[in-house]
Design a protein around this ligand. Structure first.
Ligand code: ATP
Ligand code: MG
Length: 240
């Protein structure tokens, strides 16, 4: 469903991605591991069109865009952004909007749902991430784990084909990590396509799916498959 072919990316002449090929199937979790600075966030940002790349191509469903700039790209990037919901390490909620308003914003403004329909969708999603009772709270009134769950609900609000998550639990203390993990595990079980950047092999194992490792700008030791581990311990690996 997401296909990367020969994706090359340089920053100021420094090669960050040296021709990455990756195939992400619908309905599975792909965990992306690798040392700090190896380009994991850059790769995720390229997939979502937040970062341009120099060579190669990225396709999400029918939308394809190419490195180096191409006249058709803006349309493809818009389609790809819509197809991929993004979740960031630092949540990035709108500070002046309540949880419900954060989630309802894109459905109302971008998908042109009525305000009532957008709010209904937001409430359903907040229920899904266990935050029905916090719908009217502002981000500053929410714990980190709650904020991240709102951000996940927001990423789901446009009914994306895939979720791209960049270290979604690394800014959280262990207890809060667990609640975000539980939400992601439920999404994985429901068949949500996810690409997850993490420093925690235990986290990747807990969600099951595929593990690929980015090292020196290329994918190494890829395609180890794992089943969700029944005794997950997301804190087993603390160096995140
Ligand atoms: N906008 C930018 N301009 C210049 N260099 C950048 C930019 N963004 C990232 N880089 C560099 O690209 C390299 C890869 O960065 P990236 O953030 O993708 O790594 P990462 O694997 O996500 O690391 P971490 O695990 O620490 O989050 C780093 O050397 C970084 O300094
Ligand atoms: Mg990163």
């Amino acid at each position: 469903m997401i296909t990367l072919r020969g994706v090359k990316k340089t920053f100021d002449g420094r090669v960050i991605l040296r021709g990455v090929d990756l195939e992400i199937d619908e309905g599975g979790v792909t965990s992306l591991l690798g040392p700090s600075g190896s380009g994991k966030s850059t790769l995720l940002r390229c997939i979502n069109g937040l970062e341009r790349f120099d060579e190669g191509s990225i396709a999400v469903g029918d939308a394809v865009y190419r490195g180096g700039g191409h006249p058709d790209d803006p349309r493809a990037v818009a389609a790809i952004r819509r197809a991929c919901g993004m979740v960031f390490q630092q949540f990035h909620l709108f500070a002046h909007l309540t949880a419900e308003e954060n989630v309802a914003l894109a459905p109302e403004v971008v998908a042109k749902l009525s305000r009532a329909a957008a709010r209904d969708r937001a409430r359903d999603l907040l229920e899904k991430v266990g935050l029905s009772s916090r719908a009217h709270a502002l981000p500053r009134e929410l714990s980190g784990g709650e904020q991240q769950r709102v951000a996940i609900a927001r990423a789901l609000a446009m009914e994306p084909r895939a979720l791209l998550l960049d270290e979604p639990t690394s800014a959280l203390d262990p207890e809060r990590k667990g609640e975000v993990m539980d939400v992601l595990a439920a999404l994985a079980e429901a068949g949500t396509t996810m690409v997850l950047v993490t420093h925690e092999p235990a986290f990747a194992r807990a969600l099951g799916g595929r593990v690929v490792v980015l090292r020196d700008g290329a994918l190494a030791a890829s395609d180890a498959r794992s089943e969700p581990s029944p005794h997950r311990d997301p804190d087993a690996d603390e160096h995140d």
